[in-house]
Design a protein around this ligand. Structure first.
Ligand code: GDP
Ligand code: MG
Length: 297
């Protein structure tokens, strides 16, 4: 083994260290109420982060601004620890006047950048807690028409601050053909308004399989998803996560039925690290540079 320096093991070392420290990942969900945000988060991480809520009585007082609520859970899989935080934004789009309902959300994202910057500037930078939002799932109402002004305004305000992942909510309410047409329309709107959404990166030296996988994921954006945290029985006797209708069962984990599997692949299995990296290297860095320049540093 003469001449063997040993740095070939570096990737493993990095891996071991981060496995020991655990990973921090923060996802935000935004969209009008009732679009299935809480259900999808529970479906994605197979946990009940959201205890079932009693519906408000019709007369109960409703809050008049967008609330920002965050819930964390420590989940472990094969010895890898993940501190998952989900930032929910109840109230978005629910008011008579929704002109500025993106504002508290931008402020929250920037406050998290601020907290990170403040920690970086400390003498002791050993224990930086990364509470920055690494991905924002934006839920689009399955109208079958096009994006609404509130969707466009939100994405325009947020796309330089967070990795945007657009989602067509409750896709089981549209036919396959309607989903395909709606997706095309949504993508055209996004392109027209020059909105930047998160893209799965591809590398030149990657093998064909990885490139094919990235293309497959990219081809599904905006992901048409169905959420359900309940098990139902299919006509052929299988127990699946899904939604049962008089005419059959829509299976969450069946790629012929919806894009849930591809979304999970993007968010968790394949690109979680890329989402964290892009947040740190591009979104946070741009924000930081602008902030320091504006302070005259
Ligand atoms: P949130 O207000 O966006 O958090 O929405 P919830 O997750 O609380 O869901 C609102 C209602 O929609 C509940 O009755 C859910 O069972 C239902 N729901 C959630 N996901 C789906 C879906 O993918 N398809 C359909 N048809 N209903 C859904
Ligand atoms: Mg909810």
């Amino acid at each position: 083994l003469m001449g063997f320096v040993g740095f070939a093991n570096l990737p493993n070392q990095v891996h071991r260290k981060s496995v020991r420290k655990g990973f921090q990942f923060t996802a935000m969900v935004v969209g009008e109420s009732g679009l299935g945000k809480s259900t999808l988060i529970n479906t994605l991480f197979n946990t009940t982060l959201y205890p079932p809520k009693e519906p408000l009585p019709p007369s109960a007082e409703r809050p008049s601004t967008v609330a920002i609520e965050s819930i964390s859970a420590d989940i472990e899989e094969n010895g890898v620890r993940l501190r998952l935080t989900v930032v929910d934004t109840p109230g978005f789009g629910d008011f008579v006047n929704n002109d500025e309902c993106w504002k508290p959300i931008v402020e929250n994202i920037e406050a998290r950048f601020d907290s990170y910057l403040e920690q970086e500037n400390r003498v002791n930078r050993q224990k930086i807690v990364d509470n920055r939002v690494h991905a924002c799932l934006y839920f689009i109402q399955p109208t079958g028409h096009s994006l609404k002004p509130i969707d466009i305004e939100f994405m325009r305000q947020l796309h330089t601050k967070v990795n945007l992942i657009p989602i067509i909510a409750k896709a089981d309410t549209l036919t396959d053909e309607e989903v395909a047409e709606f997706k095309a329309r949504v993508l055209a709107d996004i392109a027209y308004h020059k909105i930047h959404i998160f893209e799965a990166p591809t590398y030149e030296n990657e093998d064909e399989e990885a490139i094919a996988e990235a293309q497959e994921i990219a081809s599904k954006i905006p992901f048409a998803v169905v959420g359900s945290d309940k098990l139902v029985k299919t006509p052929d006797g299988r127990e699946v996560r899904g939604r049962a209708y008089p005419w059959g069962v829509v299976e969450v984990d069946n790629e012929d039925h919806c894009d849930f599997v591809k979304l999970r692949q993007m968010l968790v299995r394949t690109y979680m690290e890329e989402l964290r990296e892009y947040t740190n290297d591009v979104l946070y860095e741009d924000w930081r540079t602008e902030k320091l320049l504006s302070m005259g540093v």
